[in-house]
Ligand binder design. Structure first.
Ligand code: DC
Length: 220
């Protein structure tokens, strides 16, 4: 495929990035990439291997050495990219409270972010992408014209996580994501900002799709 299109969907934790990125990817038949899952996979791997997640050098070394592969698989009519480590994708393990608590520390390590950027840019091999994360529009694919930033009130985001059965200190994670030195969570220049506190996922993805339909080259 010549010059695949990348739609960057960034935003705070529990702002609806995954749900909306999947809806948009399905509608446009693009490939979905969850970059948070990649950071979570490294955090899980470090916990498995007893790597001290507070030791930047140890985390960077683990990231340099781990054996990973990228695969594009179709499930429930959605094509998505999966990062496996030693041939295994830890789908459930990366959603545990232990992994959630560790991930922002791992994600703050500069060498990790370099590795992730390279790997995430490699996903273009699979075609047009909807990529969700924190730094896709600012750092991973800054050249894309299609950038969106989702946010919602903290109380609403906490309620969404609780409804999923996850109790998490989102304020602390937002703070760590926004204040890290390398590629912090920021609104990319030119990004369309959507505060979806009182919107359904269909309404949010509707706004995104309406905007894209005006701007994407035919036949999208
Ligand atoms: O979206 P998520 O909750 O699965 O993200 C997990 C963590 O990974 C979150 O604390 C921020 C970090 N992350 C990041 O730093 N950059 C990305 N592009 C995606 C996630």
């Amino acid at each position: 495929m010549k010059n695949p299109i990348v739609i960057a969907l960034d935003g705070t934790s529990a702002s609806g990035k995954s749900t909306n990125a999947k809806l948009v990817a399905k509608t446009l038949s693009f490939v979905y990439v969850d970059t948070g899952a990649m950071y979570r996979t490294l955090a899980w791997h470090c916990l498995q291997k007893n790597v001290d997640i507070y030791d930047e050098k140890a985390v960077a070394a683990a990231c340099r050495k781990w054996k990973t592969s990228l695969k594009c698989l179709e499930k429930d009519k959605l094509r998505a990219v999966y990062l496996s480590v030693d041939g295994y994708f830890p789908e459930k393990e990366i959603r545990t409270p232990e992994t959630a608590a560790a991930v922002a520390h791992v994600a703050a390590v500069p060498k990790v972010r370099e590795w992730m950027k390279r790997t995430q840019r490699d996903c273009i091999q699979f075609g047009n992408l909807v990529m969700e994360g924190r730094d896709i529009g600012t750092n991973v694919f800054p050249e894309t014209d299609y950038k969106f930033y989702l946010d919602a009130a903290l109380s609403e985001r906490s309620a969404r996580r609780a409804a999923d059965g996850v109790q998490e200190n989102l304020a602390a994670r937002d703070q760590r994501d926004s204040q890290r030195a390398v590629a912090p969570l920021m609104i990319a220049l030119g990004a369309k900002v959507i505060n979806n506190s009182s919107m359904t996922a269909e309404q949010t993805s509707g706004i995104i799709l309406e905007d894209l339909r005006k701007r994407l080259p035919a036949p999208h």
